[in-house]
Design a protein around this ligand. Sequence first.
Ligand SMILES: O=C(O)[C@@H]1C=C(O)[C@@H](O)[C@H](O)C1
Length: 151
Amino acid sequence: MSANKKTVFVLNGPNLNLLGTREPAVYGAHTLADVEQMCVEACGRHGFALRFHQSNHEGALVDWIHEAGRLHAAGELAGVVLNAGAYTHTSVALHDATKGTAITLIELHISNVHAREAFRHHSYIAAAAKAVMCGFGVRGYALAIDGLAGM
Ligand SMILES: O=C(O)[C@@H]1C=C(O)[C@@H](O)[C@H](O)C1
């Protein structure tokens, strides 16, 4: 990585590895690999380096947020785009990891969670996030990276 290139972490939580086949009427037909390519292109437009990850395990997401926090402390982090999936609605740990590392984090959802089941209407992460995006489909990932570039 060049001396002054900042990094964007794009982190994806449970079941997002199923994108493309999982409820396409809700999440679309693009795969997670398609989303990664969109993020590569968006980061390229802004001169960011990209770290793109997915895990079905809450602790793995916490660990990546901690790693992003270390880059933040070194002045090397542009920010984090987190689609925590269902952990959005359950995870105090992800809230605390975000607050505990002082990172710039954008909470992202492919769907408009506020137009869906009531249990999706609360986020444990939003109060620790710089911004929240939902409902733009997978385009939201590139839009979130564009948003980080403007911060
Ligand atoms: O829209 C999305 O990207 C989010 C993805 C999930 O897997 C759900 O559990 C969330 O409730 C919504």
